[in-house]
Design a binder for this molecule. Structure first.
Ligand code: PRP
Ligand code: MG
Length: 214
């Protein structure tokens, strides 16, 4: 019998972490607690877990150094269109939206033509603007995007909206939903046949968990 293990990437810090670990545990896969050790193996399933930064995961999947990942669909849309999208996992639901200051008299996407937009999702925004025949000046920032209009850096922002609290607390209003997202199982285009067999077992267990949750 082969000693191969399926290599799965899980978000190290952020909103997906806890639910990602929970779904694996609910699937009967025991993983040592503590993500300080960035690579760990399950004791009862041929799985190696790697804790990685969200934005790096598509590249690891592309290179085939991890076989699968639990990741937000929004990250795949932004930088992983070549990655295979598997099961939706039912958690970390959010939108990727455009927002403007409450005082901005917004009547449609045309109002953003020629404006400055701060975002961590440049590809998603550019695609949306191009589809609508709009051009805008993008400022790419990696976090705290909602601060941008308040400090004069941008007229609008594009970021993840979940509860809407961050927008509200920063005096912004959501004006366009560009995409809806949730956590998914993402699969490397380079996964080996042998590891695909392990993946099938993992997918079977995950589906059972999801069925039991509904
Ligand atoms: C995320 C995201 C939004 C916010 C959305 O930011 O970038 O800002 O959460 O959630 P809400 O609608 O429930 O308020 P996060 O707190 O992860 O910080 P960061 O953007 O600085 O990384
Ligand atoms: Mg944020």
């Amino acid at each position: 019998m082969s000693q191969q293990k399926l290599r799965i990437a899980v978000q190290k810090s952020g909103r997906l972490f806890e639910d990602s670990i929970r779904i694996l545990k609910d699937a009967g896969i025991s993983i040592d607690n503590g993500k300080e050790q960035l690579k760990t193996s399950s004791r009862n399933f041929p799985l190696e877990v790697m804790y990685l930064r969200n934005g790096d995961i598509p590249q690891y999947l592309r290179d085939g150094v991890v076989d699968v990942a639990i990741i937000g669909e929004n990250v795949l849309v932004e930088k992983g269109k070549d990655i295979i999208k598997g099961e939706k996992l039912g958690f970390s639901k959010c939108r990727v939206s455009l927002a403007v200051p409450k005082s901005f008299k917004y009547s449609g996407i045309r109002d953003l033509d020629g404006k400055k937009i701060a975002t961590s999702y440049p590809n998603t925004v550019n695609e949306f603007l191009a589809e609508n025949g709009i051009s805008a000046d993008l400022h790419i920032i990696n976090g705290s995007v909602e601060i941008a209009p308040n400090i004069g850096l941008a007229d609008a922002i594009c970021d993840i909206v979940s509860s809407g609290n961050t927008l509200f607390k920063n005096g912004l209003k959501e004006v366009e939903v560009m995409l809806k997202s949730e956590a998914v199982l993402a699969i490397s285009p380079k996964i080996s046949e042998e590891r695909k067999e392990i993946l099938k077992k993992l997918q079977f267990r995950i589906k059972s968990v999801l069925n039991a949750r509904t």
